[in-house]
Design a protein around this ligand. Structure first.
Ligand code: SF4
Ligand code: SF4
Length: 208
């Protein structure tokens, strides 16, 4: 008797699952017609299929479609540079704080110095991150006093070559405009703080 009951429950479970799959199948076509195919390959389509209102298929066709990531999403770090008269001016001063706080110690910096005086120049000659070791913790960006290193959103870094996963200064460098694009809220907050600090310095000078 109990075996019959188990078989019945099992059969009902399978039927319910098949019914659900069939409903999704039909709903997908109905929704395709209703929305005239506008549910695919556009940011609006992806947003709709990620919402609670979706009916039918809700999977994303990666890599043609990608789920948007939140601003605080973090993957690899990158070095921010300003573009001044067509030249890259890295914000990094090679102070070394990021390398000190990095838990797996995957950052290394070669400092530069003035060939005449031997005094250090606040601009790294070389800057490397081993992205195979980086654990995406974001501490380097958190501790950098110059807003010179930030966490990127780009997660498509697969390569066939292990050696190319040691990123140098050029590969790590991205313009300030890129930073403002991927992290607009953070960018605005930092720029506002910078403007305020500059205004305070100017006011202090004019009173001196
Ligand atoms: S990225 Fe920031 S913390 Fe790291 S060396 Fe450059 S200025 Fe210092
Ligand atoms: S994100 Fe974390 S692990 Fe990666 S380089 Fe920065 S401090 Fe190091």
């Amino acid at each position: 008797m109990s075996e019959d009951k188990n078989a019945y429950m099992y059969g009902m479970g399978i039927l319910k699952t098949l019914w659900l799959a069939f409903r999704h199948f039909v709903d997908t076509y109905v929704d395709d017609i209703r929305r005239r195919g506008r549910r695919y390959y556009t940011p609006e389509g992806v947003a709709y299929r990620s919402s609670k209102d979706v009916t039918g298929i809700f999977t994303v066709q990666y890599p043609e479609e990608k789920l948007p990531v939140p601003e605080e999403f973090r993957y690899m770090p990158f070095l921010v540079y300003d573009e001044v008269e067509g030249k890259k001016e890295y914000r990094c001063t090679s102070c070394g704080i990021c390398a000190k706080v990095c838990p797996p110690q995957c950052i290394w910096i070669v400092r530069s110095s003035d060939p005449n005086t031997g005094r250090p120049i606040p601009d790294p000659a070389e800057f490397y991150i081993d992205i195979d070791i980086c654990m995406n913790c974001g501490l380097c960006a958190e501790y950098c006093p110059f807003d010179a290193i930030k966490m990127d959103h780009d997660y498509e870094l697969a390569t066939y070559d292990r050696k190319s996963n040691i990123y140098d200064k050029v590969k790590l460098g991205k313009p300030l405009s890129y930073y403002s694009y991927v992290r607009p809220i953070n960018y605005e907050r930092e720029e506002a703080a910078r403007r305020e600090a500059e205004a305070q310095r100017a006011a202090h000078k004019s009173h001196a």
